[in-house]
Design a protein around this ligand. Structure first.
Ligand code: FES
Length: 324
């Protein structure tokens, strides 16, 4: 298997395909042809995008390839004119055969193991994490349906690909037939045990959550990922590793775990998404507060400020020393 070095994998860009006027799909594989680290449906990686001025931007992209085929990863990159240049650089500067540094996959949008039926709702490029989720469900024999809104027929390529694979379980809206996605209609009258997943712009996510609540759904059955969830992660801070004395800067776009790995140190991890507990680390000194973003620690653990999950959580402080 291809090993992560200093927190990132060096991958070759095997193929670049334009799939809509704004979206390119990139197929990446290990330069030595080895297997890539496994991932589950809904995972993402961060691509380290180098700029000419020496700076590096870390953009997060969902993995849309099959979790059952780790000979490659596929991501879709939408060209965004947000002044941050990351997606533009990938579109304009990266060519087939180039190498890219990519972080190990993390999953902040996993499938529920308890759902009897999965209803996915997505807008535009928000369909990308759902690609790998559907593949996982399909192979496990899970029950699902996808409702995908697009801005017009020329933006519907990914949705049509999914329709070819999954047939009527995929419904497209805005594909030139005048149809509009109505979250309330989609979620009305669902039997107990149905879980909803939404990925797209903030307004769509809010609409779906609002519609689900209006129909009496509980939060445990509603899962969402906003485009911005995977973006910048907070203010920079520095962390001291007690055993080596190393002081490591954590940038706004890195997790604490990624910063420690990039500095050449190791911490335990499994899910990299705050869910498994594997990276739980003792905090020995802290002169501020921990921004707990995991689903692992209990409320009482959090209040002590003595434990942190480095894969997702951050600190607001001038000094934090961890037992690592
Ligand atoms: S690696 Fe799973 S909670 Fe951090």
């Amino acid at each position: 298997m291809s090993e992560a070095q200093h927190g990132s994998l060096r991958l070759r860009v095997d193929r670049i395909e334009p799939v809509t006027p704004e979206i390119n799909r990139y197929t990446l594989s290990a330069e030595d042809g080895s297997w890539l680290p496994p991932f589950s449906g809904g995972s993402h990686v961060r691509v380290l995008i180098p700029f000419d001025d020496g700076q590096t931007r870390r953009n997060a992209y969902s993995l849309m390839s099959s979790p059952y085929d780790t000979s490659k990863y596929q991501i879709a990159v939408r060209r965004i004119h947000d002044g941050k240049r990351g997606s533009i650089t990938l579109h304009e500067k990266v060519r087939e055969g180039d190498a890219l540094l990519v972080t190990t996959p993390a999953n902040l949008f996993p499938l529920s193991k308890h759902a009897r039926h999965h209803v996915f709702i997505a807008g535009g490029v928000g369909v990308t994490p759902i690609y790998s989720q559907l593949d996982e469900l399909n192979l496990k024999g899970g029950s699902f349906e996808l409702h995908l809104a697009v801005r017009g027929p020329e933006h519907a390529t990914l949705g049509r690909e999914l329709q070819e694979i999954y047939g009527e379980r995929v419904r497209l809206y805005g594909d030139g037939d005048g149809s509009r996605l109505n979250a309330s209609d989609v979620l009305a009258g669902r039997p107990l045990g149905t879980h909803a997943y939404v990925c797209g712009p903030a307004r769509m996510v809010d609409d779906v959550i609002g519609a689900a609540h209006a129909h009496g759904w509980t939060d445990s059955n509603i899962h969402f990922e906003r485009f911005e969830d995977l973006g910048s992660t907070g203010a920079p801070f520095s962390v001291t590793l007690a055993r080596s004395g190393a002081v490591i800067e954590v940038s706004p776009e890195q997790s604490l775990l990624e910063a420690v790995e990039e500095a050449g140190h190791k911490l335990p991890y499994l899910c990299r998404g705050g869910a498994c507990g594997e990276c739980e680390t003792e905090v020995l000194e802290l002169d501020g507060s921990i921004d707990h973003r995991d689903d692992w620690l209990s409320e009482s653990d959090r209040c002590t400020n003595k434990l942190i999950m480095p894969c997702v959580s951050r600190a607001t402080c001038t000094k934090i020393v961890i037992n690592a």
